[in-house]
Design a protein around this ligand. Structure first.
Ligand code: CP
Ligand code: NVA
Length: 298
């Protein structure tokens, strides 16, 4: 593995190995292998972040490396310097890069031109680090994903949903996308994934039936703020509330990648009732990403 650009590009074996290593690193948090000793890593973010930024900064340090955070807007990138030039400069100075931005092609191009390990820390198309942490959480809470049914409710065409779709296709668990027509995964995308493990369901009660995991994400992803009012209106029936939780399997867990907007995609009550799992997910970002970095430099 030379980069982590998407779940699409990972094999089932690679995903399983990352999750297993993440679980080991979590158990021995303060005895982490110093695989990044002597290395400098750059975080380049052109979108806001709390969890991703903190977990990468802490994770890089725990693996023995040094880290610098750069806001994309403050770089020459923000004034139009091409990604491929930025990449060639950084490739001569730093040992790895973690990038959060809009276009997936920018992260792919950075990896190609920099020649250093590059990690996608969220693009409009995918959020692979999130899904790896979520899989670790499901493994810890449910013993694994084999034979489990996950329901993603809300914007079924967003980055997190797309990474879930790739994960289901690769790992073979059942995924139901519960979303209204305008927010269902694009037909061209589903055609590209070509899997029998993903079902799209418009009726939220039918979507959650028989599910072991109810998962949601913000209704208004970064960059979609102009569509806020329309999204909130169209997605209102897909809020995870007590009624939807009751319609899932009896011991179903509720997951949220955060940040959460109570009263929108999830009620305050459900959020607090399931806070144990949800904040495990957030913590697991650290362990999963450390596992990714160990794999990238080993
Ligand atoms: N879930 C997630 O990526 O959170 P941040 O946007 O805070 O990094
Ligand atoms: N879909 C969300 C994820 C936030 C972590 C967004 O892109 O804003």
């Amino acid at each position: 593995m030379t980069n982590l650009l998407s779940i699409e590009q990972l094999s089932a074996k690679e995903i399983e190995k990352i999750v297993t290593l993440a679980s080991e690193l979590k158990k021995n948090r303060h005895a982490s292998p110093q695989v990044l000793a002597g290395q400098n890593w750059a975080l380049i973010f052109t979108k806001a972040s709390t969890r991703t930024r903190v977990s990468f900064e802490v994770g890089i340090r725990e693996l023995g490396g040094s880290v610098m955070f750069m806001s994309g807007a403050d770089m020459q990138l923000g004034r139009g310097e091409p990604v491929k030039d930025t990449a060639r400069v950084l490739g001569r100075m730093v040992d790895g890069a973690v990038i959060r931005t809009f276009a997936q092609t920018d992260v792919d191009e950075f990896a190609k031109y920099s020649g250093i390990p590059t990690i996608n820390a969220l693009t409009d198309e995918e959020h692979p680090c999130q899904i790896l942490a979520d899989l670790l959480t499901i493994k810890q809470r449910l013993g694994g994903w084999k034979g489990k049914r996950v329901c993603f409710l809300g914007d079924g065409d967003c980055n997190v949903a797309r990474s879930w779709i790739w994960a289901a296709a690769k790992l073979g668990f059942e995924l139901v996308i519960g979303a209204p027509k305008p927010f269902q995964p694009a037909a061209a995308f589903l055609k590209k994934v070509k899997t029998k493990h993903v079902r799209v369901e418009e009726n939220p009660l039918k979507a959650v039936a028989g599910c072991d995991v109810l998962y949601t994400d913000v209704w208004v992803s970064m960059g979609k703020e102009d569509e806020s009012a329309e999204r909130v209106k169209l997605l209102a029936n897909y809020q995870i509330d007590d009624a939807l939780v009751a319609a899932a399997k009896k011991k179903a867990i509720v997951m949220h990648c955060l940040p959460a907007y109570r009263g929108k995609e999830i009620t305050g009550e459900v959020m607090e009732d399931h806070a144990g799992v949800i904040f495990d997910q957030a913590e697991n970002r650290l362990h999963a990403q450390k596992a990714v970095m160990v794999k990238l430099v080993s």
